[in-house]
Design a protein around this ligand. Structure first.
Ligand SMILES: Nc1ncnc2c1ncn2[C@@H]1O[C@H](COP(=O)(O)OP(=O)(O)OP(=O)(O)O)[C@@H](O)[C@H]1O
Length: 511
């Protein structure tokens, strides 16, 4: 066997009482695509941060290209030939592609422009070096991030859940790029929760559970069920069947809404109409950046419509567009935002206090004071029912892994028993076991009569969950499509704007 490019031996890292990585061994071969698999909180991100010099291990050793290595910072990692693309991009929207790259890579603008074009051609990463970042799609922004990494000539590229932001068409293109990079001599460490993707692109996989390595396998020799079992230590539950429902009352109705915010980079919304009834799940598909966050803000009450735009948004039969978020919640509305740390919780506060943010209406306050016992009981129930892995209700929200925080927020909102639940990206960053539990829960609630609106970029998820799907593209919403009569490719065409509105059949009326 050829000598590994990167070798970790006995790596450990703790945060206070929490052991994020324990005694981890990992060998990454030259020219390989190596997956890191594991449940939420298994320690994947921590391990990558150690390899990229963001954090330092408490114990263990690292050998890089045959030499012992200890990294004090990401800048040092980059100098050694280790690059990382994070899930959340770090580009300046008002600058051009080449200006963004110039912030990190030294060189004259004309030379860098030429290099960007050459790299683009060689690796299938085409992007206009002179375009402004705000005008680029998410896929193009990701290409800019990858190009920026490649310009430092890395031997190892770390990608943290790179496909979670991409539409299906762009995933294939990214994989093509990754294969070319591997064939060109770069090794890739690839974090993903999508087992089929891992099987299609990775040569090796290391599985973590509870901070420890539970196996090194060739993912092509195992099916997705096998991999899931290794990750979560048990079999995956079957999907929940959606029972046929007679159409219930309208809980959310948006009628012909046009809206343009003051923000010059926001997507203007045109002629948005949708209806969500009791006992129904409506999904909104689309590539992010097509108006999802603007629409979500209008529904949640973060953006309040001016009085001139009355009678456009109705909740539980009442004109709600001019109401603030708290007044909408009083009507029986609950909301799980996409931005977990920014809007879902206050990261510095404990889970108990974060429960109070939205669940105070469940009599968790008495005479203006927090009823600590009740608030703690509520938080404990949420932790137990939604399998939130945390030392306890007093842990600060920011210390939870991404997926565990998502489980906590979804649990908190569902426990309010709303009449209308709006969830943006329900299983973003959530591992397969927990994602299937969340989906089963949403379908049970629908069967019990809740009206649910879901925004998701994951087509598979929308197909599993939704009765109807509408596609948001460039601020316009397609008419509703009946999920069981629709093929994913059809939705994919709407997502990239290849369907004109006149081709849209109002299937919901026919259903
Ligand atoms: N800065 C921190 N302070 C305290 N605990 C932390 C910190 N960072 C991570 N942890 C804990 O370490 C454990 C591993 O977290 P990590 O983010 O590495 O998991 P992960 O496998 O990447 O999870 P996910 O798939 O949910 O992103 C978790 O229990 C998490 O709560």
């Amino acid at each position: 066997m050829t000598a590994p490019l990167l070798s970790l031996r006995g790596i450990s890292k703790s945060y206070g009482q929490i052991t994020a990585n324990q005694d981890v061994d990992l060998d990454v071969a030259p020219q390989s695509i190596h997956a890191i698999l594991g449940e939420n909180g298994a320690g994947k991100s921590t391990l990558m941060k150690l390899v990229y010099g963001v954090e330092q291990p408490d114990g263990g050793s690292v050998v890089w290209d045959g030499q012992p290595l200890s990294l004090a910072s990401p800048a040092e990692a980059r100098r050694q030939g280790i690059g990382m693309v994070f899930q959340h991009f770090s580009l300046f929207e008002t600058l051009t592609v080449v200006e963004n790259i110039q912030l990190v890579v030294p060189g004259r603008k004309a030379d860098l422009t030429q290099r960007i074009r050459t790299l683009g051609r060689d690796f299938g990463l085409e992007v206009d070096p002179l375009a402004h970042v705000h005008a680029l799609s998410v896929g193009e922004r990701q290409r800019v991030e990858i190009i920026r990494c490649l310009m430092t000539n890395p031997k190892l590229l770390i990608l943290d859940e790179p496909t979670s932001v991409l539409p299906p068409q762009s995933v294939d293109k990214l994989f093509d790029t990754l294969r070319r990079l591997r064939d060109g001599g770069v090794s890739i460490l690839f974090i993903s929760h999508k087992l089929e993707e891992i099987r299609s692109i990775c040569d090796r996989a290391t599985i973590l559970r509870g901070g420890r390595v539970t196996g090194h396998v060739d993912p092509r020799e195992h099916d997705a069920h096998d991999l899931a079992r290794m990750m979560i230590g048990r079999d995956m539950p079957e999907p929940m069947p959606a029972l046929p429902q007679s159409s219930g009352e309208k809980r959310l109705e948006i009628i012909g809404l046009d809206y343009r915010s003051d923000d010059p980079f926001a997507m203007p919304l045109s002629d948005i109409s949708l209806t969500v009834r009791a006992g129904e799940i409506l999904g909104i598909a689309g590539i992010s950046g097509n108006g999802q966050s603007e629409l979500a803000a209008l529904i949640s009450g973060e953006t309040i419509l001016p009085r001139a735009l009355r009678d456009r948004i109705f909740m539980m039969g009442q004109d709600a567009g001019t109401l603030d978020a708290a007044a909408r919640r009083q009507l029986g509305f609950a909301f799980v935002p996409e931005d977990r740390l920014g809007r879902g919780v206050v990261p510095e506060m404990s889970l108990v206090l974060n429960s109070l943010l939205t669940a105070h209406s469940l009599k968790l306050l008495s005479h203006g004071l927090i009823d600590k016992a009740k608030a703690t009981a509520f938080t404990n129930a949420c932790i137990g029912q939604y399998d939130v892995r945390t030392p306890g209700p007093d842990a600060v929200a920011g210390s939870l892994s991404g997926g565990n925080l998502q489980k906590f927020i979804i649990g908190r909102e569902i426990m309010l028993s709303p009449k209308l639940l709006f969830v943006a990206q329900p299983t973003w960053g959530v591992d397969v076991g927990a994602a299937s539990a969340i989906r089963r829960r949403l379908i049970t609630l629908r069967n019990e009569g809740m009206a649910i609106l879901v925004i998701s970029e994951e087509l598979e998820e929308l197909f599993e969950l939704c009765d109807f799907i509408q596609v948001l593209h460039h601020g316009r919403l397609s008419l509703p499509l009946v999920t069981r009569h629709t093929r994913p490719e059809e939705i994919g065409r709407y997502m990239i704007g290849a369907h004109t509105p006149s081709q849209t059949a109002d299937q919901k009326a026919l259903a």
